[in-house]
Design a protein around this ligand. Structure first.
Ligand code: PRP
Ligand code: URA
Length: 209
């Protein structure tokens, strides 16, 4: 069974409340969603490997730590996942970015894949799949399958809001993929939206409807 972790740092909880508010407009929603993604990745990268390096400061030579240069990639699930990419890249600017296009049929709630473009060395990278919403889990499961089919081996799923149903579904389908969320919400409502959630993440990010 994979790990499910809620990253509930006070700053994350505070910022999530801002974007949950229906009165928060597109500009602030976009900015704060990226800030939450940045804080989440800060917490998630505590275990990045370090190595020794010699550095000469104005005072002389010393041995210090540097990242080993582990290969990473961010994979947003379009569209809404795009709203987390800049935040991740602020901390990991050298990461490659792959895209997976997926939309949910509004009636059946089943996901449909429409676009996949990934770094060519996907099999050698650790992937951070990002999407603000994990509702039924259909989109995340299909995205993970698409990545595995193309050779991806190591990946983690990063979402802002998760529903219990989605967490269970991804854990069952992909026990090797750990899930990180800023919040575990109550349920999915009769229209397939997370409650209390934050509404339609893609529409709120891009000002569509
Ligand atoms: C949303 C969201 C997830 C998906 C979650 O995308 O960004 O990808 O729904 O729902 P699920 O867990 O039940 O699959 P949507 O299909 O609305 O597309 P969009 O990002 O283009 O708005
Ligand atoms: N997709 C969204 O954008 N919001 C939800 O609550 C569920 C799926």
């Amino acid at each position: 069974m994979s790990k499910f972790t809620v990253l509930n740092h006070p700053l994350i909880q505070h910022k999530l409340t801002i974007i949950r508010n229906e009165r928060t407009g597109t500009r602030v929603f976009r900015e704060v969603a990226n800030e939450i993604a940045e804080l989440m990745v800060y917490e998630m990268t505590r275990d990045l490997p370090l190595e020794d390096v010699e550095v000469t400061t104005p005072m002389g030579k010393s041995t210090q730590k540097t990242l080993t240069g582990k290969k990473l990639a961010v994979i947003p699930i379009l569209r809404a996942g795009l709203g987390m990419v800049d935040g991740v890249l602020r901390l990991i600017p050298a990461a490659k970015v792959g895209h997976i296009g997926m939309y949910r049929d509004e009636k059946t709630l089943k996901p449909h894949e429409y676009f996949v473009k990934l770094p060519s060395d996907i099999d050698q990278r650790e992937l951070f799949i990002v999407d603000p919403m994990l509702a039924t889990g259909g989109s995340a499961n299909m995205a993970i399958e698409a990545l595995k089919k193309r050779g991806a081996k190591k990946m983690r799923l990063v979402v802002l809001v998760a529903a219990p149903e989605g967490v269970k579904s991804v854990q069952e389908a992909h026990p090797d993929v750990d899930i990180y969320a800023a919040s575990l919400d109550e349920k999915i409502n009769e229209n397939g939206y997370i409650f209390p959630g934050l509404g339609d993440a893609g529409d709120r990010l891009f000002g569509t409807k």
